[in-house]
Structure formats: structure tokens, C-alpha cells
Ligand binder design. Structure first.
Ligand SMILES: O=P(O)(O)OP(=O)(O)OP(=O)(O)OC[C@H]1O[C@@H](n2cnc3c(O)ncnc32)[C@H](O)[C@@H]1O
Ligand SMILES: [Mg+2]
Length: 166
């Protein structure tokens, strides 16, 4: 049995490798079928499930994992949010969410202009590909929690729920 991750983003693939060290983990580009920048928990979760389902349906009898980053609003505040989904060979679906942090007003303003968080973060930090490295969560936690570690926690929650059923 192999694990197919619905992304080529190294933070996502490496997080799955670290939680399933005994398994072969393969990244594949699939469609999330939601906006490039999801704007709610519901949409972010849907993107994660769509990615996982697509991986599992293209690779029968293997596991598909989808990890999706987004933002969600609580009153006037914008939070970074993350969701994950695991679909197994029997089409069982497991879901889990990741840490949330409040995003500064400047970031919120960029997103409201229709930009993707990845693009806003690169402009804000004057760095390249923040999304493939520490992520917004790494920047705003001063490097304490990187994007890969945040996804690792989500993947642990998925693995734990799936293994409970085995
Ligand atoms: O190739 P994929 O798998 O799509 O990886 P991605 O980096 O685009 O990640 P998502 O689609 O899951 O995230 C949706 C959007 O939010 C951005 N994003 C989410 N979390 C981020 C973070 O921690 N740092 C920077 N950008 C982030 C991301 O760049 C996208 O614009
Ligand atoms: Mg994306």
C-alpha cells in the first residue's frame, strides 16, 4: 500500500513522510475543485477532501491524503486555517483540522483585494515561496511552528483516526 498526497508542495509531502515513515509517499498534482484561496473552514475542508478523493480514486487500494490551506473569518478577524483528509482503499473518509492563527490587518487587506495568501506573504516578507517553506504560520510565530510541522500534526490526527478503525 502506498500513500498519494494531492500536492507537489514539499511542506505537505514531507509532513506525510514524517508520519508514515514505513510507507512509500508520492506527491501528485490534483485539483482541489475549490478557489485557489479558500475563504472559510467549509471551503478549505472541501478542498482537502476533494484532493484526497482524487488521489484515492486514481490509485485504487492505496491511501489518498489531501491537505489544504485557507483562511476563515470570525467577526472581523481573519484567521489562517488548515484542513486535511485521508481517504482509504475502502473509500472511508477521515478529516482533521490544523492550528489557526490570527492574520495581521495588512495581510487581510491583501487577501480582500483578491490576492492569494502565498503571494501576499512573499510581498510582505520580501522572500520567495514562503508557502513552500516556513509558511505564514512560520513567519507570524517567529519561526516557532513551520508549515510542515503544522501539517505534520494534521496528518498525525488523520493517521490516528484511520488506524483506530483498522
Ligand atoms: O500546491 P498546493 O498544494 O496547492 O499548495 P499551496 O501552497 O498553494 O497551498 P494551498 O493551496 O493549500 O493553500 C491555499 C492558499 O493559501 C496559501 N497559504 C496557505 N497557507 C499558507 C502559509 O502558511 N503560508 C503561505 N501561504 C499559505 C497558499 O499559498 C495558497 O494561496
Ligand atoms: Mg494551492
Amino acid at each position: 500500500m502506498k500513500i498519494y498526497v494531492g500536492s507537489q508542495n514539499p511542506t505537505k509531502i514531507e509532513s506525510v513522510k514524517s508520519v508514515f515513515p514505513e510507507m512509500e509517499v508520492i506527491g501528485m498534482e490534483v485539483e482541489s475543485k475549490v478557489a485557489a484561496q479558500p475563504f472559510s473552514d467549509e471551503e478549505t475542508l472541501e478542498g482537502a477532501i476533494n484532493r484526497a478523493r482524487e488521489c484515492a480514486s486514481q490509485n485504487k487500494a492505496h491511501i489518498g491524503i489531501g491537505l489544504e490551506g485557507g483562511v476563515m473569518e470570525i467577526e472581523d478577524d481573519l484567521y489562517l486555517c488548515n484542513w486535511g483528509a485521508l481517504v482509504d482503499g475502502k473509500e472511508n473518509v477521515y478529516t482533521a483540522s490544523g492550528a489557526r492563527i490570527l492574520l495581521p490587518d495588512e495581510i487581510k487587506a491583501g487577501l480582500e483585494k483578491g490576492k492569494e495568501l502565498g503571494e501576499v506573504m512573499d510581498e510582505f516578507t520580501d522572500k520567495h515561496d514562503v508557502r513552500k517553506n516556513e509558511g505564514a504560520i512560520g513567519i507570524f510565530t517567529n519561526g516557532v511552528i513551520h508549515r510542515e510541522e503544522m501539517f505534520t500534526h494534521v496528518v498525525k490526527l488523520l493517521k490516528g483516526q484511520w488506524s483506530y478503525d483498522q
